[in-house]
Structure formats: C-alpha cells, structure tokens
Design a protein around this ligand. Structure first.
Ligand code: BMA
Length: 298
C-alpha cells in the first residue's frame, strides 16, 4: 500500500500563544516554491467566539523548519469575506501567484454559514489584490486553480453542489462555465460521505497530480491521490483506492475538530512531494513521498 511518510518531528507549526491572531489554531495551508524556499500561507484562528480566520505566512529552506512572521498577511477586507479568509490554495499562473480561498460572508458559529470561492493574486506575498468571488450561484469552497490554460481556457476544481468534486472552465477567471462532475463519494469506503480538492494540481509527465480529501460517514478526513488527463482534466486517468494518509497520530486525532488530515498544498522538492496538511484543525504537519514511487503506483 502506498502511503505518505510523516515527518517525525511533526507538527511543523503550532498555535502561538503570544500572537492573538494565531493563538487558537493554525492549519490548512497552501504551499508553493517562492524565491527558492517553501512558502506556506496558513489559516489562523485567534478568537473562538467569532472563529474568523486570517492567513499567516511561513517560509523554509528545507521544507521542515519554518520562519514565521508576527502579523497575518491576509485579513478580511471586503463584505464578501468579512467572516474569514480560509483554506487557501496557491497556483502560479500568468507570472503571478493566484490564491483561491474560502471567503466567508456570514458569521461562522451561527447556523447556515454562507461562503464562496474568493480569488486573490500577489507577486510578493506582501500585498494581495482581490478579484472578488466566483461561481456565486452556490455556496462553494475547495477551489484549486490549474497552473496553466488547458485547451485555451483557465480551469478550476471546486465543490458545489456537494458532495462531489467539480471542474469548470473560464476565459477570464471571472465567469466559469462547462461545470463537469469530476469525482463523487465511493460507497462503503473511507470516502463515502464527501470528497473535495486538496492541494493545487501539480503537472507531471503522467497527468495532473491531485492530492485531495475524502470524508467518511463518521467524519474522518483522509487524503487520497488521483491523476487527471493533461489535456482533459475532467477525466481521471488513475486513482488510488486506499487513502495515502488517515488520522492516526495524536495531533491528527485530537484538536478543534477530531480526526482530520486536510491538505491545501503540496510542493515538489528534491525528488519528493511534500504534502502539507492541517491536523485536527489545530496544527500544521508535513508528510512526504518519492515522486517516482507515487507516479509508478498511479
Ligand atoms: C471542511 C473545511 C476545512 C476543515 C474541515 C474539518 O469542511 O471547512 O476547513 O478543516 O472541514 O473541520
């Protein structure tokens, strides 16, 4: 069975009691390579009453030891994200970095929360330009943009209507059409409740590599992996039947939400994939796998 190998000193980032904005939890982070370092944009919670997320920044030369910053780099700025910026995915595209994130529009602890996929872009990870929200006809999250145009159009994975993974296309990154169902929950399995995009898709010689999440009926969040056709990413060319990471360690089982491994980002480095993930909505961990081993298995 193919599984990710956890870093033995996980978690790599924990809540910081000295920073009000990230003392409650740090989790679900985007990952990219920026200026020869691994860069993470991570979700941070300060206050449990409001549960409003901001995004913090962390950088690392080796992918394991991170330098952290005192202030969040992205905070809610507009009405459409007033109650939080969550679960970012970074995609290098058109000489910028685009960020697809969950823009929360109504208060989180109060019942039926409304959220959409927000799009922002940056070149320096200091300032972020907002491009509004997309696919607004549905409550939506788990947006992950592809890093290049495919067949002349931009492409994104998203998650509405639930519980499926969808793919859609756009000429301008604003209007999205030709929505196709990409993948659905699998009966009587570790992913029988819902499935959603995880990391930003990564281009390989065999297809678009996608580390995604699957949720079971007892609310365990595990990671799976699939390969999508390079020219038609609505087609799955290969998918592993078993999860590649499931909640087993204390930091994955016990936290703010129990039994959660949730990825929003992975990078290729030194012949391996480094998959960053939130453990139990509380800490950030990393697990790796050799590129050749994974691609041979798929
Ligand atoms: C999902 C997302 C994630 C979260 C997970 C487990 O729906 O909202 O942000 O990590 O639930 O709570």
């Amino acid at each position: 069975m193919i599984e990710l190998k956890r870093y033995d000193k996980n978690p790599v980032i924990k809540p910081n009691p000295d920073h009000d904005w990230e003392k409650g939890g740090v989790f679900n982070c985007a990952a990219t390579i920026f200026e020869n370092q691994v860069l993470l944009l991570y979700r941070a919670i300060g206050n449990y009453e409001t549960y409003i997320s901001t995004l913090g920044l962390a950088t690392s030369k080796d992918g394991f030891n991170f330098t952290l910053y005192d202030e969040p780099v992205m905070k809610p700025e507009h009405d459409f994200e007033r109650y939080g910026v969550e679960d970012p995915r970074i995609t290098p595209l058109d000489n910028k970095f685009y960020i697809a994130y969950t823009a929360v529009r109504t208060p989180v602890p109060k019942g039926d929360v409304d959220f959409h996929i927000g799009i922002a872009s940056t070149t320096d990870f200091k300032t972020f330009k907002r491009h509004g929200t997309i696919i607004n006809e549905y409550r939506n999250k788990d947006g992950a943009l592809f890093p290049e145009k495919i067949g002349g159009r931009y492409a994104i994975m998203h998650r509405a209507p639930e519980p499926h993974m969808w793919i859609a296309y756009s000429d301008d990154l604003k209007t999205w059409k030709d929505h196709k169902k990409l993948f659905s929950p699998v009966k009587k399995s570790w992913q029988d409740f819902k499935v959603g995009a995880g990391a930003q898709p990564i281009k390989t010689e065999k297809g678009w590599l996608e580390f995604y999440h699957g949720v079971s009926k007892d609310f365990h969040y595990s990671l799976g992996v699939m390969l999508l056709d390079l020219h038609d990413p609505s087609k799955i060319v290969s998918i592993l039947e078993d999860p590649i990471l499931s909640p087993e360690m204390e930091y994955e089982k016990v936290g703010d939400v129990p039994n959660v491994c949730f990825t929003c980002g992975a990078v290729e480095k030194d012949g391996k994939y480094f998959v960053y993930y939130g453990g139990a909505d509380k800490v950030i961990a990393v697990a790796t796998i050799e590129k050749s081993k994974l691609l041979n298995a798929l």
